[in-house]
Design a protein around this ligand. Structure first.
Ligand code: ADP
Ligand code: MG
Length: 322
């Protein structure tokens, strides 16, 4: 691959779970209602993702795999009102620079197309029968970057990271049917009902789900909704807190702190709730173009959002204890 592709790949595709995240986000952006993910050997042998979204037209395939080529934005102004999960045009180019990729896709017309890529280059392309949607297989991840391979954790840890990211993305889109399987077992199956509580029950257990407290609040700029455990159902780390911003799972220390502040002294030190926070806002108020993985964002009015979170959480807890 080109050196620049290899460098970019290092930022976007850190480990198998990065591949799963990027491909799952693409499937969601493509308007899919059903997405099936499977992987073998923590994703290092193979990751397959199949969706029923828009598909890619044969004459758009090269572009889709070219770095910085995206169909999702076209002007600089678009960068400030991102409504899709992707927009940097890096994932497919990066993945095909560090793995063997096979794609089968159809926009719903008579002819679909299949193609293979490796070392950042297209190897084959031919017409192929396929239903509407896209199937991508990623094999032998990091076969050409031994240092990256070495830096990965155990198969168990990498598998856990895949499950974690798929769970969070599933929680951010309860309206989608998402399944995740390893060669060993079924790891997730959501039914697309749109019911967040049901998906949390699936992921965190029925007992937890039955006690979840619903909350909602808004101010001039933000609408927040979600579900949280009462202060007596906690976990030992923050990993059960998911912050979803316009449908994007993000990491944000200030907002996590606001969630904890909402619980105040009710929750013990070093204990954390199970929490899903959905934030809706005008895309103009957030810059998602901060980091290649798009998990870090810059928010205008972060402190007023924090206040809204603290108040909403505290009120919902108070109502619950009465
Ligand atoms: P980005 O998502 O930032 O646009 P990607 O490299 O992830 O960049 O994808 C490049 C392009 O390929 C997308 O803009 C989209 O047009 C197309 N594409 C990728 N995956 C899919 C998919 N599953 N279904 C339909 N189109 C896709
Ligand atoms: Mg993408």
């Amino acid at each position: 691959p080109e050196l620049s592709d290899q460098i970019a790949a290092g930022e976007v595709i850190e480990r198998p779970s990065s591949v799963v995240k990027e491909l799952l986000e693409n499937a969601i952006d493509a308007g899919s209602s059903q997405i099936k993910i499977s992987f073998v050997e923590a994703g290092l042998r193979e990751i397959v993702i199949e969706d029923n979204g828009s598909g890619i037209a044969p004459n758009q395939l090269d572009l889709a795999f070219r770095r910085h080529a995206t169909s999702k934005i076209s002007t600089k102004a678009d960068l400030f009102k991102i409504r899709t999960l992707g927009f940097r045009g890096e994932a497919l180019a990066s993945i095909s620079a560090v793995a063997h990729v096979a794609i089968l896709t159809n926009t719903g017309g008579a002819a679909g197309v299949s193609a293979t890529f490796a070392d950042g280059r297209k190897l084959t392309q031919k017409p192929a029968a396929a239903k509407k949607g896209t199937r991508i297989s990623v094999r032998d991840l990091f076969y050409n970057t031994p240092a990256r391979l070495k830096y990965l954790k155990s198969e168990t840890t990498e598998t856990t990271k895949i499950i974690d990211i798929v769970n969070r993305i599933a929680l951010s889109h309860p309206e989608l049917k998402i399944s995740l399987k390893s060669e060993k077992k079924d790891l997730l199956l959501t039914n697309g009902s749109g019911d967040l509580r049901q998906d949390m029950a699936h992921i965190y257990g029925r007992i937890v789900a039955s006690q979840l407290i619903e909350f909602s609040g808004s101010d001039a700029d933000f609408v927040i909704t979600g579900l949280m455990t009462p202060p007596d159902i906690t976990r030992a780390n923050r990993n059960y807190i998911s912050i979803l911003l316009n449908g994007r799972y993000i990491k944000n220390f200030q907002l996590s702190k606001a969630i904890m502040a909402g619980y105040g002294s009710k929750i013990g030190l070093g204990k954390f709730p199970i929490f899903v926070l959905n934030i809706k806002l005008d895309p103009l108020l957030v810059d998602v173009n901060v980091h290649p993985t798009k998990q870090e964002v810059r928010l205008s009015k972060e402190s007023s959002l924090s206040r809204l979170i603290i108040n909403t959480v505290a009120k919902a807890l108070e109502r619950n204890s009465n």
